[in-house]
Design a protein around this ligand. Structure first.
Ligand code: PA5
Length: 442
């Protein structure tokens, strides 16, 4: 069956009993009801809840047409955005791509990302890479004023206009932003860019199934209809497993497990974990509480973080993303000399060895006092990823309500911005500038 599943058996063998987990299930189900009724905290940001089932075929057609234009007419398409305006697309593209896609000839435009950091050399290297090549831009910002993407867009827009002329540039820049407000909406109107809307009631970290995620994913050549279909299946049938996840992680948290580590055994899931970290970190880390979301790539990190996880402070639990089937078969060959002593696994698939590493790790960690939750994906394909995305989104809303926080705001992210603006003497920040300078000068 092409359905993802969840298993809390390992959590039960850890420090939390089935009874405790089950005792929180009613709270998780009630949280789902609160989301459906729309009368909980942050209820003006619930637009993502029925997004999968409400996207129309015409909307998908339109996104696919824009994607095809960019794919066919550009060598590179640079998706500019930060946080929720980039992580979903990056996660899905990395999960579906050939591991070495960057080093192989591409059949359409290559999707690159910018505006998710302020690395000077990153931007320099990117501009050197696309110099003299046809490139398009998808600029994504709900507010239209976020510093990191604004800097990248100013630089790349300027470069594109100089390189290809204003008209060509305007035809190959797509803006995804608020329906009416913000600097980007105004500029897009003036320049005549193709635009898409980030609905008012969909927060950045819940926006991957809007054009924010769907357009870059389609430009990368992946099937956004299958992705959405997977999300629809989870929206319709996934409540029980989402409740299991929300109840289990809250039970573990109440039992002193303050850190959740999302574990993968497939390197293509690295950015899925980055997306998940944002989703849960921004949604739950507030009011002095919340599970700290961390992530590791196994078996790679078993050789770095493995020691800590096995033997360090017992305040952690793991949620393991298990991919049942790999797309390709690689068999370990027999070697006459057998100097490396590997003949005992000759003839086995690499994936089989990986699975035994996974099982062995799970047993070791549970024995070491690290409860495990297991989420199983039949394969890494669009349908399964669509399911997983919606699973984590709704379980996050449910979990946030069980924790008794508003999962849909992020007041804490403003603090660094205020200091940065004060340090850069941004107009309007004169008082803060004086105060911060006085503090720095002792
Ligand atoms: O989840 C969120 O709301 C944030 O991570 C935003 O997505 C991020 O800060 C980018 O904001 P914007 O799209 O307004 O540029």
């Amino acid at each position: 069956m092409n359905r993802i599943n969840i298993d809390n058996a390992a959590a039960i063998t850890g420090s939390v009993t089935e009874q405790v987990i089950e005792s929180l299930r009613p709270a998780a189900i009630e949280a789902a009801r609160t989301l459906e009724r729309g009368d909980g905290a942050g209820n003006d940001f619930l637009g993502w809840l029925h997004l999968p089932s409400s996207i129309t075929s015409e909307q998908l057609d339109n996104i696919e047409q824009t994607a095809a234009m960019l794919r066919n007419e550009c060598e590179y398409v640079i998706a500019i955005g930060i946080g929720g305006s980039y992580l979903g697309a990056k996660a899905v593209i990395e999960a579906l791509n050939d591991n070495f896609a960057a080093y192989k000839p591409a059949s359409g435009a290559r999707v690159l990302f910018a505006g998710n950091n302020i690395g000077e050399d990153y931007l320099y290297d990117l501009m050197q890479l696309v110099k003299g090549h046809k490139f398009g831009i998808i600029v994504i910002s709900k507010s239209g004023t976020t510093t990191e993407p604004a800097i990248a867009f100013r630089l790349l827009k300027d470069m594109l206009e100089q390189q290809e002329g204003k008209q060509w540039a305007a035809q190959h820049i797509v803006a995804i932003t608020d329906a009416a407000r913000g600097a980007l909406r105004k500029l897009a109107g003036e320049e005549g860019y193709v635009t898409y809307v980030i609905p008012d009631n969909v927060g950045g970290r819940f926006s991957v199934l809007t054009p924010v995620g769907l357009l870059p994913i389609a430009v990368a050549g992946f099937d956004i209809r299958a992705l959405v279909a997977g999300a629809v299946a989870m929206e319709r049938e996934g409540e029980e497993i989402m409740a299991t996840y929300a109840a289990t992680r809250n039970a573990l948290y109440r039992d002193g497990k303050k850190v959740e580590i999302l574990v993968n055994f497939d390197p293509r899931l690295h950015f899925l974990a980055e997306w998940w970290k944002q989703l849960y970190g921004e949604s739950e880390g507030k009011d002095g509480k919340g599970i700290f979301p961390a992530a590791v790539d196994f078996t790679t990190d078993l050789h770095s973080m493995g020691q800590w996880i096995q033997d360090g402070e017992r305040t952690i639990f793991e949620t393991v993303l298990r991919v049942e089937n790999q797309n390709n078969e690689v068999v370990i060959p027999r070697d006459e000399a057998d100097l490396d002593g590997l003949n005992y696994i000759a003839g086995k698939r690499v994936g089989e060895v990986n699975k035994m590493a996974e099982l062995g790790t799970q047993i070791a960690h549970v024995d070491g006092g690290v409860p495990n939750i297991l989420i199983t994906l039949p394969a890494l394909n669009e349908h399964c990823l669509g399911q997983l995305i919606y699973f984590f989104e709704k379980a996050c809303g449910m979990s946030g309500y069980v924790l008794d926080v508003n999962p849909f705001n992020q007041p804490g992210v403003e603090a660094y911005k205020k200091n940065m603006f004060a340090l850069l003497n941004k107009p309007g920040y004169e008082e803060q500038s004086k105060a911060i300078q006085a503090r720095l000068n002792g």
